[in-house]
Structures are given as structure tokens and as C-alpha cells.
Write a protein that binds this ligand. Structure first.
Ligand SMILES: *Cc1c(COP(=O)(O)O)cnc(C)c1O
Length: 414
């Protein structure tokens, strides 16, 4: 079968809740993927930062297959010999006291929201049903109805009402707005250290430290969603580390399994996470031995291959390389580590055009919000591969500029 055959099948039998590029991947290795025709591409999306360790990392695949032969799922009705070790290792690595394992990122966020409310009622003493949670405009925390309840993105929300009450939305990056929004019923503040899906929006320097101080002073929980920014992506283990901030709760997912299985978790203090009681929360697959074994190995790879340091150094190299292209079609380049957003000028038209040009050059990236292209390759990328990427970005931007000069109208998405 050719790509077109797969695309036709998918479009016929699979719900169209995505608009993927027309590339059908059949194999991946490190930073590279191959389509069914055998063409090779440099993956600069990393499944939204789930593939920090690269595609099919040999150590992960070995752990996966070895554990799969032993036992894959016990449910939490029984204990298994991987969950305790993951919990211990993740706490020792991150400095948190406890973990609560789930599967998808959205589930970890839902778990954090439940933890905030439990803490608000049982420890802070908020009156029954009155707890409020503050969140930020343009956030992305997943796709469940409750998470959509505090989304500000119409395309995520439209058609899915009614929503869950108890949330307040303030501007991102504005510590004063947080302070002003807090009431005696506020239990917590949920924030992404860098808003990835919004287009790699980096808050003003000092924001996270200020948030930490405000949350402590007003006795509310600071909850950082590090599902995309965590585990090395921004050049530190957590993006909050850039400001030496320890949130009360952190959600992680995506790269926690190195892109092999859905494994997510909430990390936090005993004071908060020990409020959960048997029966108060759960997940059939959460904490399964297969996922835990793979996550343990994924964390060891993060440490052994110094992926945070690589992200920091190679991220600077890539950002500087993109700046040096000095393309008139680029309005701004921003980000931290290997989480980089390139915002095009309005004259450049829809970013999808550049994305498709890059695809033809063997580079996989994704546009967001029409004008932004995110560059987030696996953290195992090397300098030569970044040079390869930069050459092709330069060519794509130059070609788009030339075409623009000829037509004198903004490029449309095809
Ligand atoms: C991807 C993401 C989620 C949701 O994770 P899923 O595994 O898709 O449910 C939540 N928060 C952030 C910041 C994310 O990037």
C-alpha cells in the first residue's frame, strides 16, 4: 500500500479530529522517521515532546520487551514490583515526596485538580463546594470536559458544553492578576511554565518565582503542568527549575515513557497527595508494571545521556542559528532549550505553507495558530542534524520569500 491508500482508509474509517500532514510514518529511529515510500524525515515535533529520548530508543525497547514477557498489568487491586521502584526513583530524581501514576496527560491534570480540591477542603478549610482554581488564558491542559471548562480556545470548547464550574481564568505571565484573583475560596493555581500549545509563549523573567511567592503567601497550591516542558525539554529537568521554583504539585507525562506508552503522573508533597484515600481515585492502567518499567528506563536515559544539558546547549545553538537566518518572514523566535517557537510575520501568510515546504525537504514540523511553527526535536539530536535542519529552514523561508515577491499576496494554506 502507498501513502495515499493509508490516507484514504484513515479518512474513511477514523474520526477526523485531527488534520495531520499527509505523511504516513512506518518506522522511527532517534530523530529520524521513514514514510511507507521509504523517504526519510527529521522529526522536529517529537510527538509534542513525548519523544525527548528519540524514536525507539534501544534501551526503552529492550526494557519494554523484557517487561512485556514478565507481566504487563496487575491493576492496583494487587501490587507489582515496578511501581514502588518508579515512585522511589522519580522522587529521588525530582525532590518530590510522592507520586500518583496515571496514563494520559489529561488524566494527570484531572488528578491534580482533584488533589487541589481535596487539599482546599480538608487542609485549607474551604466551605463545601466552594473551592476555586485559577488558571491562565490560552492554556492547554488536555481535552476532558473539565479541562475544557477553563480553556479559552473556542475550537477546543465549541459544542461540548455544559462545563465544570469552579475555575477562574486570568492572563498568563501576569503575577499581579493572580494576586488580584485570589479569594478565601481559592485552593490552587494551575499554570504551564511555558505555554507550548499556545505557541511557545515564554512568561516574563521572574514570573514563576513571583507566582511561587504569591501562592505561598496566600496559602494556595502552585501547580505546574510540565507535561510538555518537563523532563529536559527546556534545558532543565523542569522548566520551573529555571527560576529555582518548587511547585506544590507537578504534572508530567509525554516523555515520562520516552514516547513508548502513555504514562503520566502527579508529583507532590505527602501533605497533599496522601489526602487521597483508597477508593477516592484510580485508573485500571495507572501504575501498570509495563509502563512503570519503561518510565524507569526513560528517566535513567534522561540522566545518563544528559538530555537536559543537551537541550540547553543545542537549543541555544538552534535558536541562534534560526536568528542568524535573518528572514524577513520571521517576526519572532522564542523559547527555552529545545522548545522553540518561530512566529511568522502577517505578510508570510499561513504557517502551514512553510510547514509543507519543509515536509518536502524532509523536515517534520507543525504549525500552530496559523502563524507559529514549533521546533521541538528529540533531545538526542546532534549539531550536524541541527545544521541539516537550519539549511532546510533557510531554503524554505527563502523560497517562500521569492514566491511572495512574485505574487505579492500572502501565501495561503493549501
Ligand atoms: C499534551 C499536554 C497535555 C495533555 O496530555 P495528553 O496525554 O494528550 O492527555 C496536558 N498539558 C500539557 C501542557 C500538554 O502539553
Amino acid at each position: 500500500m502507498q501513502s495515499q491508500d493509508y490516507i484514504r482508509l484513515e479518512d474513511t474509517y477514523n474520526a477526523p479530529n485531527y488534520a495531520p500532514l499527509d505523511i504516513v510514518i512506518e518506522r522511527g529511529e532517534g530523530v529520524w522517521v521513514w514514510d511507507v515510500e521509504g523517504n526519510r524525515y527529521l522529526d522536529c515535533l517529537s510527538a509534542y515532546s513525548a519523544l525527548n529520548q528519540g524514536h525507539c530508543h534501544p534501551r526503552l525497547i529492550r526494557t519494554l520487551t523484557e517487561q512485556a514477557k514478565r507481566v504487563t498489568l496487575t491493576s492496583r487491586a494487587f501490587r507489582n514490583d515496578q511501581l514502588p521502584l518508579l515512585a522511589q526513583e522519580i522522587c529521588e530524581l525530582t525532590g518530590f515526596e510522592m507520586m500518583l501514576p496515571m496514563n494520559s496527560g489529561a488524566e494527570a491534570v484531572e488528578t491534580a485538580l482533584k488533589a487541589i480540591r481535596l487539599w482546599g477542603y480538608q487542609i485549607k478549610g474551604i466551605a463545601e463546594d466552594a473551592a476555586e482554581i485559577i488558571t491562565c488564558a490560552n492554556n492547554f491542559h488536555g481535552r476532558t470536559i473539565t479541562v475544557l471548562s477553563f480553556s479559552t480556545e473556542a475550537s477546543y470548547r465549541d459544542g461540548f458544553a455544559p462545563f465544570t464550574p469552579g475555575f477562574k481564568i486570568i492572563p498568563f505571565g501576569d503575577a499581579a492578576a493572580l494576586e488580584a484573583a485570589i479569594t478565601s475560596n481559592t485552593a490552587g493555581f494551575l499554570v504551564e511554565p511555558i505555554q507550548g500549545e499556545a505557541g511557545v509563549i515564554v512568561p516574563p523573567e521572574g514570573y514563576l518565582a513571583e507566582v511561587r511567592e504569591i501562592c505561598t503567601r496566600h496559602e494556595i497550591l502552585m501547580v505546574a503542568d510540565e507535561i510538555q516542558t518537563g523532563l529536559g525539554r527546556t534545558g532543565q529537568l523542569f522548566a520551573c527549575d529555571w527560576e529555582a521554583v518548587q511547585p506544590d504539585l507537578v504534572t508530567i507525562g509525554k516523555a515520562l515513557s520516552g514516547g513508548v506508552l502513555p504514562v503520566s503522573a502527579v508529583l507532590g508533597s505527602r501533605e497533599v497527595l496522601a489526602l487521597f484515600r483508597a477508593g477516592s481515585h484510580g485508573s485500571t492502567f495507572g501504575g501498570n508494571p509495563l509502563g512503570c518499567a519503561v518510565a524507569r528506563e526513560a528517566l535513567r536515559i534522561l540522566v545518563d545521556e544528559e538530555l537536559s544539558r543537551r537541550a540547553r546547549e543545542l537549543g541555544s545553538y538552534l535558536q541562534e542559528g534560526l536568528q542568524a537566518l535573518e528572514s524577513p518572514l520571521v517576526h519572532e523566535i522564542r523559547g527555552k532549550g529545545l522548545l522553540i517557537g518561530v512566529e511568522l510575520t502577517p505578510e508570510a501568510g499561513h504557517a502551514r505553507h512553510i510547514v509543507e515546504a519543509l515536509q518536502e525537504q524532509g523536515i517534520l514540523v507543525k504549525d500552530t495558530h496559523g502563524s507559529i511553527i514549533r521546533f521541538a526535536p528529540p533531545l538526542v539530536i546532534d549539531k550536524e542534524e541541527i545544521d541539516y535542519l537550519l539549511d532546510r529552514v533557510e531554503a524554505a523561508l527563502r523560497a517562500a520569500k521569492t514566491q511572495l515577491a512574485h505574487t505579492n499576496t500572502p501565501l495561503k494554506a493549501s
